[in-house]
Design a protein around this ligand. Structure first.
Ligand SMILES: [Zn+2]
Length: 462
């Protein structure tokens, strides 16, 4: 029934038009109003007449990227599913599906992104990667990194957006409280040594490193970075990119760089023994070295460095601190709702001490126009900052386990991530549910239980 097919398809296209498909950046469909996809294949449909005139893929690609960047999305996905091409973004760490396109058109859009990124637009068999820039306005362009992999229904095109506006985030806007910020400042004022920033994937490590470099970049220091890839240009900073294809690896670059008398070196990620050893050596020879490492806690970051076969004594003497972190969603201040209050919400002395004089309050997410109905307004950093004292240095040399190191640091005043999390919940910055997604600890269960009970009670009375 070709007539029916065309009718359904034209409805989808015209819905898109009504929603600003051509003349304005696309709006996400409200939940429940996603166009229902007909249960037949689009691939046997003829070309949509006039489609190119309506929204050439080049124009639409730029609109989508600008739209996503304006919403502080970090990623844009253009992926085939069984019947269509789905557009989704990752915003505040969560995936949001925003639009479904007819398959033929969606595939042209994928091809277009791949062409701009110089990622072999014709090769649909192998995973490909590339990088490109889209001009989205007279004075604005957005860099992106693209990776495409073949999937059951076609391909998954993943586009990481590097909006330079976003890269301007300052150290004091990461979401650290006064004590945490002053601990980070203390670390950054060491003339030499190694600072590790740890956390899982997408925990904001790079943002923290960049904001630390921005803080240090006051014209009095020579700052170099070795990155793979360079995510943002930092004016005044000497950034070098690893180039495996040209056999320019990390260790070569670092050794060459040490002859350029840098004061500060930032290393994108420590991910093998050679990088780990060179980073420690650089930190021990008079430079301040900042690097990220993939680990779940500050103490475990030290464990990971040990597994990279780094000389333990050398590491202990060079390491000055570890900033372990997660990104959590901050409640929208316009619509968050108080659901419980009282000192019995406080779980332990460390949390009580932080909240001295404040009334602990639990809030829940509601959703309003300001936060696009999500109840959350932005991402904020949840840190655990370990400063390496002489006692911790000795414990590292003696081979103490990560749990012993954590206990020792906690005795010396380190606020564990699980406690920093509770403090943020009880100050109304976020919810227990949000924390439990990122931090796995039985100590959070009492808060989560109180939260659920208060929610149920609130729903019953309201
Ligand atoms: Zn809101």
């Amino acid at each position: 029934m070709p007539g029916l097919r065309c009718k359904v398809l034209s409805r989808i296209v015209s819905d898109d038009l009504k929603l600003g498909y051509v003349n304005a950046p696309p709006e996400p469909f409200p939940v429940g109003e996603l166009p229902s996809m007909p249960d037949f294949e689009f691939s046997d449909l003829p070309e949509i007449e006039g489609e190119t005139e309506l929204a050439p893929p080049l124009l639409y690609a730029a609109q989508l990227v600008e739209w996503a960047a304006d919403r502080h999305a970090t990623d844009l996905f253009v992926s085939d599913d069984a019947k269509s091409v789905v557009i989704a973004i990752r915003r505040m760490g969560r995936i949001e599906e925003v639009r479904r396109l007819a398959r033929e058109y969606g595939r042209r859009l994928q091809g277009h992104f791949r062409a701009i990124a110089d990622a072999g637009a014709a090769d649909l068999v192998h995973p490909v990667e590339g990088r490109g820039t889209l001009a989205v306005g007279p004075r604005r362009s957005i860099d992106f990194r693209l990776s495409a992999i073949p999937t059951l229904f076609g391909q998954d095109v993943s586009i990481r957006l590097f909006d330079s506006e976003w890269s301007q985030v300052q150290l004091d806007h990461l979401g650290l409280n006064r004590d945490e910020l002053s601990a980070v400042h203390r670390l950054l004022h060491f003339p030499s040594g190694l600072i590790l920033v740890s956390g899982p994937v997408a925990s904001g490590k790079t943002s923290t490193l960049y904001s630390a470099l921005r803080y240090l970049n006051d014209g009095s220091r020579k700052i170099h970075t070795i990155e793979d890839p360079i995510e943002y240009p930092l004016p005044g900073v000497h950034q070098s990119q690893v180039n495996v294809r040209a056999k320019l690896d990390f260790a070569d670059l670092l050794l060459a760089l040490l002859r350029h008398s840098p004061d500060v070196i930032m290393i994108g990620e420590i991910r093998d023994p050679q990088i780990a050893r060179t980073a420690v050596r650089a930190g021990a020879s008079g430079q301040l070295v900042l690097a990220t490492v993939h680990a779940d806690s500050a103490a475990q970051a030290i464990g990971v460095m040990r597994q990279y076969d780094v000389n333990t004594t050398f590491l202990a003497r060079t390491l000055i601190g570890v900033i372990n972190q997660r990104l959590i969603r901050r409640l929208c201040p316009e619509c968050r709702q108080e659901i419980a209050t009282g000192h019995e919400l406080v779980g332990n002395d460390a949390v009580r001490q932080q909240l001295l004089g404040e009334t602990p309050i639990l809030h829940r997410a509601v959703g309003c126009e300001a936060c696009n109905g999500s109840g959350f307004s932005s991402l904020t950093c949840l840190p655990e900052i370990m400063l390496i004292s002489p006692e911790i240095e000795t414990a590292i040399i003696e081979g103490a386990s990560p749990s012993d190191l954590e206990a020792l640091a906690s005795d010396q005043g380190m606020l564990r991530m699980v406690d920093a999390a509770q403090v943020r919940v009880l100050r109304g910055i976020t919810t227990p549910e949000e924390i439990c997604r990122e931090v796995d600890s039985p100590e959070l269960s009492h808060l989560a239980a109180r939260y659920r009970a208060a929610e149920v009670a609130g729903d019953a009375s309201g």
